[in-house]
Design a protein around this ligand. Sequence first.
Ligand code: FAD
Length: 465
Amino acid sequence: GEFTTEVDVLVIGAGPGGYVAAIRAAQLGKSVTVVEKGNVGGVCLNVGCIPSKAMIHAAHTYEHAQHTSAMGITMENVKVDMAKVQEWKAGVVKQLTGGVSQLFKGNKIQVIEGEALFVSENEVRVFHGYDVNRYRFNHCIIASGSRPIELPAFPFGPRVLSSTEALALTELPKSLVVIGGGYIGIELGTVFAKFGTKVTVLEGSEQILPGFEPEMTRLVDRKLKKLGVDINTKALAQGMEETANGVIVKAEVNGEQKSFEAEYVLVTVGRRPNTDELGLREVGINLTERGLVVVDKQGRTNLPNVYAIGDIVAGPALAHKASYEGKVAAEAIAGHPSEVDYKAIPAVVFSDPEIASVGLNEKEAKEKGIDYVSGRFPFAANGRALSVNAGEGFVKVIAEKATGLVLGAQIVGPEASNIVAELGLAIEMGATLEDIALTIHAHPTLGEATMEAAEVALGNPIHIV
Ligand code: FAD
């Protein structure tokens, strides 16, 4: 027979949504049980954010080692051993996932291996091999994440990779066709291009990284072309043929039939929420047509004791958004009045150069009919950017004209991913352009470009005319 255990808060999935929710619930005095069918850390730590950033850093290091002669440094015999790169990357992942397990222990959170399936509004079955156990809960937080979308014409297999397999290659492909020029495709395409793979990108819309402004993506586009990447926009991948040692991808590019030969195809056309195999519909949980769970501002589903967070609910599929929602849901369960406020979620592409955006961009401000000012400061006029040989790009700040209230920022250039934090704080605090301009930024730092962008918007920058 099946054994039933009573638990207080049950969290399904131990990714950045689930593990953060579990810890916050435990901090608030709840007894917490986490069910995870794969690896603690979820997509982000195991096959997403962290391994991709490790690979990006390795590729960047390799590229830089070959391009230091302008600084008077010549390196010879620069080589890459992909198997060793993989070992190093795996070490980084292991350290972080081990850290999450320690945090579970430290917070007295019980972790159960297995796959959860809802059987009623307050009960799941957990399958682990031949073992099946039931857990009856007072509250549940579903954080089951997402998986790569498969294209019918490009079924995943030895030659057709998702981001997961691409991140695990122990040998460098000679050539790679990337279908989908969103952030995952561009980040991974850049990694392989820097390591020396001949990369082709096929993107359906008019630009790579759709959703980000062309004045930002243009710099990424230019760098990719410099790396020898063949970028095809308005390109629809239609089918493929396997050859002896690779594939031929057929695509319609700008209305013209073309074919591209490569050793592998990487399909990065988006991710699908893991909501189809949990029995959610069967117990009456409302889903959208796309399979996202419908939730309120506390993450609560239409069942009052069941919450959902992260990639399975609406909004950008990003780790920090999942964690943020996890804290809110845990606090709601503990009776706090916490609610999500999405106005300052940063979005970052770890491309070369990096792109980051938070709050509104100019187009969105216009669409909302806001009377705004903007200030843009180029890294070419920033001492630190030049001294680290990265003087491309800019910081742009957008503010309400009448009040100076910061509404958004877009950054392209060195460390954009880190610089955006200050602007997120500005929006979160209700800071004005003057607050940023009055903040003394250490010299020489990239952050000075933020201060100067605010001064540009106020009409009195020091370092540009
Ligand atoms: P997940 O991380 O997907 O975790 C869900 C967990 O639930 C999994 O471990 C899964 O095994 C488990 N699970 C699912 N169903 C069940 C079940 N029935 N029973 C038990 N367990 C179950 N985001 C960023 O913010 N920054 C980045 O730089 C970034 N880079 C990325 C790079 C790549 C290549 C990819 C693929 C993604 C990247 N992301 C990035 C996105 C980020 O990984 C996700 O947004 C994030 O992991 C979502 O967190 P989550 O907790 O919702 O779900």
